[in-house]
Write a protein that binds this ligand. Structure first.
Ligand SMILES: [Zn+2]
Length: 70
């Protein structure tokens, strides 16, 4: 997916793999967004869960973990 940095306004791409990783982290930690550092200025950009889902509609949460850590 393409992201436009809010700080330097330069676009950069997030690979499908990176989007999947972001969604994994969001799901695991119950977040509503993911922090993506801009490769140009290193400023952290917030990408919402909805945007990530739109970029990776084939992503599925990892539900095959038998143990629940509570
Ligand atoms: Zn930037």
């Amino acid at each position: 997916m393409q992201i436009r940095c809010y700080q330097c306004h330069r676009p950069f791409a997030l690979t499908r793999e990176a989007v999947h990783t972001a969604l994994d982290v969001i799901e695991e930690q119950g977040l509503s967004h993911y922090n993506v550092p801009c490769p140009h200025c290193r400023r952290v950009n917030r990408v919402s869960k909805a945007e990530l889902h739109r970029a990776a509609p084939d992503w599925q949460p990892a539900t095959n973990t038998p143990e629940k850590s509570e």
